[in-house]
Design a protein around this ligand. Structure first.
Ligand code: TXA
Ligand code: MG
Length: 323
């Protein structure tokens, strides 16, 4: 099997209705989609990604109403968030009833729901009468894909179709929010929706601290994740250069190249200095550096505002592989 790449929604609809998996564009990253109500389709997703079954999937819909039948009553605060940020880069953990396959949620009493803000994804979801389970369309643990070509490079031999919606406009996975029994909003994964935005609606947030390596509360919070094959070190680039030297070294910086380093591969995430631009470029630049056969990548942190927090989170998880 070699995936066809195209923009034909009818092809995607018919494959998904037959229980097949299809890579789909979203504004955050590309997803590997299948019928969320069909255990066999879910198994195909886990298999194509080589993903452990304990790691639950996000169910995507074009309208919260369409998945109400699978959910327990929803807290008011969740409705406010949905109204403010859907369609968009936010996932909500909501209590489910017993109508969804256990494989979708890995036995978790809550299901992750998201309404993505990509026109092709919304078009596709509108034509389907079931939600789409879709993890990021990358092999487990590797960098998420932000173009159809990224998906084709790694999963092309394992799936029949990649719906090409162009480069992702946000470029970093959704922010995952859950709710405590007391109605407190908890951040399970920092992502494409800036926490400052969420705090405008719900007040001060608590962020789930990184959990242990083998017992993640949300496996996207696994310490090592989003990792390139090449070793990546995060910190002060000048200090790292003094430690590791320049031979075989590549540098990933925020908005400016480091001067006086002839012959060294350097990429910056956002020549404009805009954080959104950095997020949009992050995974493509990590992949590009990872293909060059470097001995190591030295990366600097970006400023900690807006989606900068999510960028630093992904860079530090990319580094964790080394420890
Ligand atoms: O932006 C995104 O969220 C992308 C696009 C395709 O929508 N999807 C994505 O999916 O990043 P994935 O599977 O790579 O990451 C989803 C994260 C995982 O860390 C998973 O553990 C967590 O969501 N998750 C899913 N269901 C959960 C649940 N019921 N409770 C806690 N965590 C959950
Ligand atoms: Mg993922």
């Amino acid at each position: 099997m070699l995936a066809r790449v195209g923009t034909d929604i009818d092809t995607a609809v018919s494959l998904l209705q037959q229980g097949e998996v299809v890579a789909i564009p979203t504004e955050t990253v590309y997803g590997l989609a299948g019928n969320a109500c069909e255990p066999d389709a879910l198994l195909k997703i886990f298999e194509a990604k080589n993903r452990p079954h304990f790691n639950p999937l996000i169910a995507h819909t074009n309208q919260l109403d369409k998945v109400q039948e699978f959910l327990a009553p929803i807290p008011d605060i969740a409705y406010s968030l949905a109204e403010s940020f859907w369609p968009g880069p936010m996932t909500l953990l909501l209590k489910k009833n017993d109508q969804l396959p256990d494989l979708l949620t890995a036995g978790n009493p809550r299901v992750a729901i998201r309404v993505p803000a990509h026109p092709l994804a919304l078009d596709l979801l509108t034509q389907l009468d079931f939600p789409l389970a879709a993890p990021s369309a990358n092999p487990f643990g590797y960098i998420s894909p932000t173009t159809a070509a990224h998906v084709a490079a790694q999963l092309g031999a394992r799936i029949p179709y990649i719906l090409d919606g162009g480069p992702c406009t946000i470029g970093i996975e959704s922010t995952i929010l859950g709710f405590s029994e007391e109605g407190q909003v908890i951040v399970y994964r920092i992502g494409g929706l800036a926490l400052e935005q969420v705090e405008k609606i719900v007040g001060k947030l608590s962020i789930l601290s990184h959990s242990g390596r083998n017992q993640p509360k949300s496996p996207g919070m696994l310490n090592s994740h989003y990792a390139p094959t090449t070793s990546l070190y995060l910190g002060d680039v000048q200090e790292l250069l003094a430690e590791y030297g320049t031979e075989g070294t590549g540098i990933l910086s925020f908005s400016r190249l480091i001067p006086d380093l002839p012959g060294i591969v350097q990429r910056c995430l956002a020549p404009s200095g805009q954080m959104e631009e950095a997020a949009k470029n992050l995974f493509a630049v990590m992949r590009e550096l990872d293909r060059l056969g470097l001995k190591r990548i030295l990366a600097e942190k970006v400023p900690e505002h807006g989606v900068g927090k999510a960028i630093n989170d992904r860079l530090s998880r990319a580094q964790e592989k080394m420890k």
